[in-house]
Design a protein around this ligand. Structure first.
Ligand code: FAD
Length: 115
């Protein structure tokens, strides 16, 4: 459940038993998520493309474009925030294009999507 109201301190509650409604459990567990800025001791979960990050990213991308035999994809490979539906859709599209390249005896591309 998402909570966008300003008077509620958390942004969502996840109760995992609802992912498997066909199961029954005596107990449940749920998590509340609170938004906060990433501190020094936190794991930076979200890619944020600030100006310096973008300069560094471009260097990684040009190295990657000149590499062969490796394809970069997904959230880490493209350093983008991606929801799961987008990630899965891009992975399926990438697979089709990569399989075609392999069958056509072409070398595989570093990137199959433009960002
Ligand atoms: C806190 C949080 C909440 C989210 N909530 C939602 C949501 O509600 N709905 C939604 O649709 N999406 C959500 N997302 C986004 C979703 O999780 C991502 O879109 C999805 O997981 C991206 O899949 P991926 O395979 O590209 O990357 P990842 O799932 O990040 O997979 C990358 C994998 O590579 C592995 N790896 C890293 N470095 C190396 C290495 N050097 N060698 C080998 N393996 C390596 C990692 O361990 C990881 O398993 C959320 C993400 C976060 C962080």
């Amino acid at each position: 459940m998402n909570y966008g109201e300003s008077n509620i301190p958390y942004t969502r509650i996840s109760e995992h038993k609802h992912f498997t409604p066909w199961e029954s459990h005596e107990k449940s567990i749920y998590f509340k998520e609170f938004s906060s800025l990433c501190g020094d001791n936190d794991i930076p979960y979200y890619p944020i493309r600030l100006v310096n990050d973008k300069i560094l990213l471009e260097k990684y991308f040009s190295l990657a474009r000149n590499d062969s035999g490796i394809t970069f994809a997904g959230r880490l490979g493209s350093y983008r925030y991606m929801d799961m539906d987008v990630t899965i859709n891009e992975a399926l599209e990438l697979s089709e294009k990569m399989i075609k390249d392999i069958n056509d005896k072409n070398s595989i591309k570093s990137f199959y999507h433009e960002f």
